[in-house]
Design a binder for this molecule. Structure first.
Ligand code: HEC
Length: 240
């Protein structure tokens, strides 16, 4: 009360050596540290550039979209969650899974410092928070790993999917595809597509590639996008 009536007294207290004024001492230090941090980032960006992926190609139907690794968990969570969501017959309520639940989750995340006002800093004294933290590690870890695995499996299955959709009507592959070895073109001409079962020991990679880019012997031009070509040729050469 007395202090309020004596502003001069207060001012004196601010000048006491234990109180560091916000400006310039505190803010100046923060600014310097901030600039140094940004400068270091700029140096990193300049000297260790992260290469960009291939250019987007709208004609590449073999492309499997994938997020950066730290977002694999989101994609996988929606994949897996979406699957069980549809199993539960909730497809018409997709907005809950895709919008409401993530929004509530993010809001809780932002709210943590306000909800949890605990002063205790030792982890073991805070079992609930520790449990949430560990759950977070397991949760994000699982969906990240599962996302990476799913993407790899999809990419590995790609050539087989292309074979089934674009080559199987003509070419046999082991027990799959056209087993008669004869194919009638729309113009009535018969062509004799050989089986691809062990094409890797008959033709080299560049010969296979050539046959796909400039087909001979009645095989149609399939206009495969570059990425599909790459997967296919790589895979066909392994068929021995
Ligand atoms: C309309 C039928 C047809 C389709 C579809 C087709 N091919 Fe062919 N393909 C042929 C014929 C016919 C030949 C034989 C050409 C020859 O005798 O010179 C052939 C030859 C080949 C050869 C050379 C095989 C060898 O042993 O000489 C390869 C490799 C091949 N095709 C791959 C493919 C792939 C991969 C696809 C799918 C992306 C495909 N073909 C789709 C008809 C077809």
């Amino acid at each position: 009360m007395a202090d309020d009536l004596h502003p001069g007294h207060q001012a004196k207290e601010y000048q006491s050596p234990t109180v560091v004024p916000f400006w310039p001492e505190h803010l100046l230090k923060e600014l310097v540290v901030g600039f140094v941090a940004v400068f270091v980032l700029v140096l990193f960006a300049h000297f260790t550039p992260v290469p960009l992926g291939a250019r987007a190609d709208p004609g590449d139907w073999a492309f499997q979209p994938a997020p950066d690794w730290y977002f694999y968990w989101v994609q996988n969570l929606f994949d897996v969650g979406g699957y069980y969501w549809s199993v539960l017959g909730l497809t018409s309520l997709d907005w809950i899974l895709m919008f409401a639940l993530p929004t509530v989750g993010v809001m809780i995340f932002i709210g943590v410092p306000f909800i949890d006002r605990h002063k205790e800093r030792r982890l073991l004294k805070r079992p609930v928070m520790l449990a949430i933290l560990l759950f977070g590690f397991v949760f994000f870890g699982y969906f990240t790993a599962n996302g990476v695995y799913t993407h790899k499996t999809l990419v590995a299955a790609e050539p087989m999917a292309i074979y089934t959709s674009s080559c199987a009507t003509c070419h046999a592959l082991g027990p799959l595809g056209n087993q008669t070895g004869v194919f009638k073109l729309p113009d009535g001409q018969y062509i004799y597509p050989p089986p691809l079962t062990n094409v890797g020991s008959i033709l080299t990679a560049s010969e296979i590639r050539h046959q796909l880019v400039q087909p001979e012997g009645g095989m149609p031009q399939l206009n495969l996008p570059p990425a599909a070509l790459k997967y296919l040729v790589g895979w066909l050469t392994t068929l021995k």
